[in-house]
Each structure stands twice: as C-alpha cells, then as structure tokens.
Design a protein around this ligand. Structure first.
Ligand code: F0G
Length: 464
C-alpha cells in the first residue's frame, strides 16, 4: 500500500555530518563492542535508532531559549517559565523538574512501594520496573491480550486489561498494591497508544480500591495524537484538550521529558491535587534535594528548563505530530509491502520489528531481537535495540532468564532528525536481512552481565 511521506513542517538550518564505515570495519566494531550496541561509538553508526530519548533536534526557539536560561541556584525565572507551561498543559497543582525520567521514578516510587508490595502497569518500561524492584516491591504487567500478537491490527493495543487489573487487586489484596502505573504510550508493547476510555476505567478501579494512580508520561503527546485520530468523540478536540483530559484521571505523573517535549535532557514529576498531598509534596522536595539538587532546578541547568518550557508547547503542534507519526506510517507501509512483521498498527515513536517472525528458528534464550539488531548494524550501520528477553533479564527471585512477551528489535526514530531518504536506507537494510534470515542459524549468548538493567552493559558472543 502506497503511503505518502508527510513533508517536514520545518527546514534544516544546522547539519551534523555522518559517516558510513565499510562492512569490514563494522564487523570489527561490533565484535569489539561485545555485540552490545550500547558499546558502539556513535561516530561508528550511520543511522542511530537506539532511542528517541534525548536524541531530538531542538528548534530555533529552543536554542534561543538556551541563551536566555537563568542559571540562578534558587528561584530561576526559567524554573517559573517551566512551571507555568506544565501547569497550563497538564492542569496539575505541583510540578517538580528532575534531570530525566528515571530520576522521577527514583524520587517518587519508593514513597509508595516497599517490600511485600506490588505495582501494576499496562506495561513497565525497563527503568520503571527496575525502580519498582529496587524499592523492594514487585512489578506486574497487565496489558490487553491483543497487544501480544504483533500481526493483529487493533486500535489502542497499549491499553490496560482493566478486568485483569481488578482481578489482580483482589488476588493480592488492595493494601498490597502500592501503585498503578499507566505508561503512555506503551513503550514496551511497541509505542502503542492508550485510549481516554481506558485511562478513565483504570482510574475508576484505582479509586474503588483506594490505590494511587500514576501516569508514566514519556510520550503523552503522541498518545494524544492517536486518541484524536482514532478514538470516537475526540476528532474535534485539540491535542492540548486531550492531554488535559487524560491527566485529569490520574493522581500524579512521572515523565521522561527527553521524548515528547523534544529536548535533549529533562524530566518531571507532577502531583494533581496540591491540597490533599501536602505531605507527599514535601517528601518529593526533600528527596529531590537529596538526589537531584534544589527543587527549583532538579538536576537541570537553567537553559535546560527554558528549552523544556518551549518544547512542551512545540510537542503539541498538530502539524508536527502528523509528520512525526507519518514517518512511522511510511516505514510501516514499506514493511507491509515486503512482508516484514512488526507490532501493528505502528506506534508513535518507532517500528518494533518482530524478531520471532524474522528468525522463527532462534529461541528466546538466544535473544533473536538482539541478533537482528546486530545484523542491521552489519548490514547498514544502523543501531537499534532489543525490547525482548535480552532486555527483560532474569527473574529477581530465581535468577532464571525470563521469557518476554515479545522479541522486538526497536527502530526508534529521533524527533525532527532523519529524512525520507534515511528511512529508505532503513527499509532496504531490513529487507536485505530478511532475505538471508534463514541462513542465520543461531543467536547470541551472554558471557558477562551485571545484576540489573543488564542490556546496557552485558557482553555477548555469537553462538556458532
Ligand atoms: N518511562 C518510559 C515509558 C520510557 O520510555 C523511559 C525511557 C523512561 C520512563 C525513563 O526515562 O530515560 O529519561 O530516564 N525510555 C528510553 C527509551 C530510554 O529508549 O525508550 P529516562
């Protein structure tokens, strides 16, 4: 199916030169990197799809804002500019800047979780899961079943399975559930959106059992775009109105601002109701001072706060979001034509290739998605990452390798960075690997790994 590329609603003023190594050089580099793409130097990568996080291109307005950053230790004007913007968009009473998403998790999650408790999410992102575990609690994923079948096209595949959520709460006892977390969009399931209706129903269950409801809000704007496009009753609402409504159902949010607010560094915590949460806000402030710095800068420079305040509004622009999701749709249509299976319909921040479909003969214990990432680097200098059993790691109680629901190789697309021709290089590389997929007999084995978040640091080798 021919999908027209949505033209960029901007032109390019600054360029970053790239170089393409030879196949032989790439082969050497990936071996020296222990077949772990996080160890590659970025100068050895031609198209970097490792993440859409902090890899965004800022606008001329944001760069101008950088020059206006107020670097005062306390009470900087850039801080107040950020707070005004965030309150205006999310409608929350208290906003705490932090340096990135996992800092928000580190500050907030232990205030609700401890040994013997559980946190339930539509799907935890890996750092969020890690912070649940570090606080002594256990993390449970509760996504709708259709998410688990990549070739099944259904809207809002990121949703919480609300019936199952209520069952889990009853099973464990509401007093044991410290937090319910809604990840929007659902990164680990493929950047899949969550509907307003699902957020509302999840909030109602939380309210019924007195459980705090948190939004993991990294990609709230892309999520709102899908709601506007696909959810009945929302076509005439603005992105800002939709964001407002979604956030109105939760009690708090943690956010990595390195995604939809189109900056290179930043994060936030939000608490909706200032009045009834005075104690919580005091605790957030003290923990922020301990880990991040004074609560008016939260680990960020004044220039970062300024760029973030501007990016919050740029990320809500309809033309930008149409172009942004348009890039994913362009890739997805090319993959459809070539019979490449991915989590469909395509999500908001990347294409999640189904490595099990590409390498049906490679078991999860040999990390097929990581193997596909390695092949794409070999093929065209593309760097992407495993969202599968390799990333999931071992059971914290038994130490045994867990089997992930998916084996995805994620092609995450940085915002406002790559052109249509770059996307064509990606498509050609995936098709080339598909052609020789049956000849790639084995995956990889881990020869060394750290105890938590291992995928960033593990050493692997090909199984011969
Ligand atoms: N929550 C979600 C849903 C995320 O996708 C991420 C980061 C975080 C929290 C943590 O935020 O990186 O700012 O500390 N995701 C990146 C990714 C790293 O590549 O998907 P952070």
């Amino acid at each position: 199916m021919a999908v027209k590329y949505v033209p960029e609603p901007f032109r390019i003023k600054v360029v970053e030169p790239l170089r393409m190594l030879t196949r032989e050089e790439r082969e050497k580099r990936i071996a020296a990197a222990h077949y772990n793409l996080f160890y590659l130097k970025s100068e050895d990568v031609y198209i970097d799809l490792l993440t859409d996080s902090g890899t965004n291109a800022m606008s001329q307005f944001q760069w101008a804002g950088v020059m206006q950053g107020d670097e005062a230790y306390a009470g900087a004007s850039s801080y107040y500019k950020l707070i005004d913007a965030a309150k205006d968009i999310f409608g929350y009473g208290y906003i705490q800047p932090v340096h990135q998403g996992r800092a928000a998790e580190k500050v907030l999650l232990p205030l609700f979780l401890s040994e013997g408790k559980f946190a339930i999410s539509n799907m935890f992102f890996d750092t969020t899961r890690a912070h649940v575990i570090l606080s002594g609690a256990r993390a449970i994923d509760c996504v709708v079943p259709e998410a688990l079948d990549p070739s099944r096209r259904a809207p809002f595949k990121g949703n919480m399975d609300v019936e199952k959520l209520e069952k889990l709460i009853r099973e464990h006892g509401p007093e044991k559930i410290g937090l319910v977390v809604m990840t929007i969009t659902n990164n680990s399931a493929g950047g899949q959106p969550v509907s307003v209706r699902n957020v509302r129903e999840t909030a109602a269950v939380c309210k019924k059992y007195g459980i705090p409801f948190d939004i993991d809000a990294a990609r709230y704007a892309e999520n709102a775009y899908f709601i506007q496009r696909d959810e009945p009753g929302y076509a005439d609402k603005s992105i800002k109105e939709i964001v407002r409504e979604v956030f109105s159902y939760a009690d708090m949010f943690t956010m990595s601002a390195k995604k939809d607010t189109i900056v290179n560094m930043g994060g936030m915590i939000g608490v909706k109701d200032e009045k009834i949460n005075e104690k919580l806000i005091l605790e957030i402030k003290s923990r922020c001072i301990e880990f991040e710095g004074l609560y008016t800068y939260g680990g960020l420079a004044g220039r970062d706060l300024e760029a973030l305040a501007i990016g919050l509004y740029e990320g809500l622009d309809d033309n930008y979001l149409r172009y942004r999701v348009g890039q994913m749709e362009y890739l997805a249509a090319k993959f459809d034509d070539a019979g490449v299976i991915y989590q469909s319909p395509v999500g908001g921040h990347g294409v999640f290739l189904d490595a099990t479909a590409m390498f049906p003969h490679i078991p999860y214990t040999e990390y097929p998605a990581q193997a596909l990432c390695v092949e794409l680097y070999r093929e065209a200098g593309i760097r992407c990452c495993d969202i599968g059993s390799y990333m999931l790691g071992n059971d914290p109680d038994t130490g045994k390798q867990l089997k992930a629901d998916f084996e995805f190789s994620r092609l995450a697309i940085p915002r406002r960075v790559y052109t249509q021709a770059h996307l064509d290089v990606i498509v050609d590389a995936v098709i080339e690997v598909k052609k020789r997929a049956s000849g790639i007999k084995h995956g990889l084995r881990i020869v060394w790994e750290p105890p938590i978040l291992r995928h960033f640091q593990a050493h692997l080798e090909p199984i011969k």
